[in-house]
Design a protein around this ligand. Structure first.
Ligand SMILES: *Cc1c(COP(=O)(O)O)cnc(C)c1O
Length: 429
């Protein structure tokens, strides 16, 4: 396996792109080496520009839940393309996708489409503030909610617990209304409510996916929701990653908790730029043109993106792959744990439905601090050996792997062999 053409493109890309990537998670800084350039994808697999083939467990960081270029999605998008790309006026497809989304999330009477998860969350936060008339927002350390200023704090970085910006260029003023709590620790939320009386709500990834996969323990979400209700504060579920992935109705359906405001992205566009935020009527009536909370978008509800979303969600509902995801995920888990045992490498696997990843640690990982006990050097070795054996993974210990419904038995055998080789390689180091 060689990466000559990728290397060439990388060098070329460095000239006019920042680090040759358009999102830092695509850089290979934490695993060494340079990013690969992808030529094409089909079903569960992708091919890079050097014609190396991989089983794809990145899947665009989640959106490609049906695998790449599903026939029905391709057909729907082609059809939409014939009618025009964007109008700045309403199209019927927006209503169709809105109904699919609101039917899936009982807590959503109305929805507003935007162009990314970041936009969905920043609008959802504005909405919570508008509805409650309060300014402060609590977020959990290790949870990522897109790159808006106010939430770029303790966002999967090392700046846990302090309300300090996790990025240069974010003024302290922008995060002064952001309070940090610890995932799976309700007391850390209560403490803030004891100190402040102007908390609009709590934003959470109902299943943590941006510090590696971290699962809510016991009744954490239910208890959080009940507590917030007693305080008149809102629960904002950032289901950008989990929406339509954990279950059709997202983590909320799976965990039996209804959020006040739900933010969506990734799967909802099936690979096209779609984000959304929604809530019950009483809350959504805050949003312009019905109310005084302004939020707009030139390309929002873009007809091509809507067609991608509608066809993806319809096919997803029909396939109902959630049981398959559990079975495949269980097998992958066992492969990783088995290899750990065989080669005497500490590994723990967190999995929730079709999101999963191993941590190279003997610690049971339930929050960001525990995730950070993972041996990232081992991950780097593991990552490259998986690549060389035909499995494409996110180039970071702290990213989730994703499954698509297109994954086959053949793919599973490729992954199994790759895992075996990779653990062997770690042991040899
Ligand atoms: C990916 C993600 C976002 C940001 O979405 P973008 O489309 O990248 O802006 C926000 N929240 C969560 C939980 C995510 O996984």
């Amino acid at each position: 396996m060689n990466f000559k053409k990728s290397q060439k493109l990388y060098d070329k890309g460095l000239v006019n792109l920042v680090g040759a990537v358009n999102s830092p998670v695509r850089a290979f800084s934490s695993v060494g080496g340079n990013p690969l350039f992808i030529k094409r994808g089909r079903g569960s697999q992708i091919i890079d520009v050097d014609n190396n083939k991989y089983v794809d467990l990145v899947l665009s960081y989640g959106p490609m839940i049906l695998g790449h270029r599903h026939k029905k999605v391709q057909k729907a998008v082609h059809k939409a393309l014939k009618n025009g790309y964007s109008f700045g006026a309403s199209t019927e497809n927006e209503i169709t996708l809105a109904k699919i989304v609101c039917d899936a999330f009982p807590g959503m009477d109305k929805v507003r489409f935007v162009n990314s998860g970041t936009e969905a969350v920043l609008s959802g936060i504005r909405l919570a503030r508008s509805f409650t008339g309060k300014d402060k927002i609590i977020k959990f350390s290790g949870c990522y909610h897109g790159h808006q200023d106010a939430l770029l704090v303790a966002a999967g970085s090392g700046l846990a617990t302090l309300s300090l910006p996790g990025s240069k260029g974010v003024p302290e003023g922008a995060v002064k209304n952001t309070l940090i709590a610890k995932y799976n620790d309700l007391d850390s939320v209560k403490k803030h409510f004891e100190e402040y009386d102007d908390i609009a709500g709590v934003i959470i990834e109902p299943i943590g996916g941006n510090m590696g996969v971290v699962i809510p323990q016991n009744n954490f979400l239910k208890e959080l929701k009940d507590y917030l209700l007693s305080k008149g504060a809102l629960l904002i579920a950032d289901e950008v990653m989990t929406g339509f992935r954990s279950k059709f109705g997202g983590a909320q359906e799976l965990l039996g908790v209804e959020a006040d405001i739900t933010c969506l992205g990734k799967v909802i566009g099936g690979g096209f730029p779609v984000g959304a935020y929604g809530a019950r009527n009483e809350i959504m009536e805050q949003v312009a043109p019905l109310g005084g909370m302004y939020q707009a978008g030139t390309l929002s509800g873009n007809p091509i993106a809507m067609a991608g979303g509608i066809s993806t969600l319809k096919e997803l509902k029909k396939q109902n792959p959630y049981e398959k995801f559990d079975a495949v995920g269980d097998r992958l888990s066992s492969m990783l744990l088995g290899a750990g045992k065989k080669y005497n490498i500490d590994v723990t696997v967190n999995r929730f439905g079709s999101m999963m990843n191993p941590f190279f640690t003997n610690v049971h990982v339930t929050n960001f601090e525990e995730a950070q006990t993972s041996d990232t050097n081992r991950f780097a070795i593991f990552f490259w050996e998986m690549i060389k054996n035909g499995v494409f993974l996110p180039p970071s210990q702290f990213e989730a792997w994703f499954l698509s419904s297109a994954i086959s038995e053949k793919d599973m055998l490729i992954i199994e062999k790759a895992i075996e080789k990779s653990f062997q390689k770690i042991q040899e180091q």
